[in-house]
Design a protein around this ligand. Structure first.
Ligand SMILES: Nc1ncnc2c1ncn2[C@@H]1O[C@H](COP(=O)(O)OP(=O)(O)OP(=O)(O)O)[C@@H](O)[C@H]1O
Ligand SMILES: [Mg+2]
Length: 335
């Protein structure tokens, strides 16, 4: 009976999730790994590793091995995967023996990297491993009827990349990927605060600002937020009050690039499917779907209904876990 255990892994730039059929999301942690630089030993992964960032002695580094939607450090990625698989198997106990695994690889990964991800998962004891494309997993996880001959449009806004895909009859009709995601928005905020206030803030502060008072380009009731950073003039800690309209400005350029990418994919759509898009609209997944005002903004700009998946941060993981039953049809999308 253990043979039927099915596990889905979303190997994301920002977050790594593990989904098990029946139990749902069993693990959801930042894609960070802490390593002893002398012995190359893994000291911590996920949340624990993220909390070590910037606070470690010289012989320990906490890194994000995936960046801009691609694997920046393969060795670290595979170490992180192995550690996560061990954590997951502890959670599942016996049930984790010889699971069938579907992994969602970052969009920019090469076939060699995909093969290596597959091997890394296999070496953790998996029976069968498949690799699936991120937008397809996102669409399945968001409950879109991907097997039907209708246009399912999914826009997955992750930490590293945004993927736009039109899926019909189990396959990708057209898709595009831009290296703009939550990380770029955070960078925009860091730069803005440095230029306007001469204050340096860290990535985590920038992310908090984005989540709290970041807005898509729409008119809204202004909010403010107090933040702390380092004054670049005298080096001392400084408190600054930021307005949501400033942050909106700071991320606007990236938001417009994102819009362009969605527009051009929709323009590539075969005419027979265009009607579906007008009726059915597009589905937003990924953490970026939670940005304030994004639904209203996109539906005004592209003039089709815009939906947000029920749990956008989990769509890809849920989709990978559920995709085993589609895998024959989706073989094209695997290595
Ligand atoms: N409430 C929010 N508002 C705006 N952005 C958010 C919010 N919550 C999370 N995010 C952002 O979503 C991003 C993470 O999303 P997600 O977990 O889907 O990415 P990922 O799958 O790891 O990355 P990728 O798909 O690019 O490999 C982060 O940049 C995070 O800051
Ligand atoms: Mg993702």
């Amino acid at each position: 009976m253990w043979n039927n255990v099915e596990i889905g892994i979303d190997l994301g730039t920002a977050n790594l999730l593990v989904y098990s059929k029946g139990k749902g999301i069993i693990l959801n942690e930042p894609s960070v790994v802490a390593i002893n630089t002398q012995t190359q030993e893994v000291l911590a992964v996920g949340l624990e590793a993220k909390s070590m960032v910037g606070k470690t002695p010289a012989n320990i580094v906490a890194v994000r091995p995936l960046q801009d939607g691609v694997i920046a450090d393969f060795d670290m990625t595979s170490k992180m995967l192995k550690a996560i698989m061990r954590k997951a198997s502890k959670q599942l106990g016996l049930a984790m023996r010889k699971p069938n695994v579907v992994v969602c690889a970052p969009s920019g990964s090469t076939s060699v990297e995909r093969r290596a991800i597959l091997d890394a998962v296999k070496s953790c004891g998996a029976k069968q491993v498949h690799v699936i494309e991120e937008p397809v997993a996102a669409a399945i996880g968001a409950d879109l009827p991907v097997e039907e001959p209708v246009a399912n449009v999914v826009v997955d806004i992750g930490g590293g990349t945004t993927e736009v895909a039109i899926i019909s009859f189990g396959g990708v009709v057209s898709c595009s990927s831009v290296r703009i995601g939550g990380d770029k928005l955070d960078e925009g905020i860091i730069q803005y605060v440095r230029k306007s206030y001469n204050v340096l803030i860290g990535e985590r502060t920038a992310e908090q600002i984005k989540m709290e008072i970041g807005y898509a380009p729409i008119t809204h009731e202004e909010m403010t937020m107090e933040i702390r950073g380092r004054d670049l003039v005298n080096g001392l800690p400084k408190t600054v009050t930021l307005r949501s309209t400033e942050i909106q400005q700071a991320i606007q350029e990236h938001m417009l690039q994102l819009l362009e990418s969605i527009r051009s994919t929709l323009e590539d759509c075969p005419p027979e499917l265009s009607g579906d898009i007008v009726d059915r609209g597009i589905m937003l997944t990924g953490g970026g779907a939670l940005l304030n005002g994004i639904q209203e903004w996109l539906s005004t700009e592209i003039d089709v209904p815009v939906h947000i998946a029920p749990t956008p941060l989990e769509s890809v993981a849920i989709g990978t876990g559920r995709s085993l039953k589609f895998i024959d049809k989706l073989q094209k999308a695997t290595v």
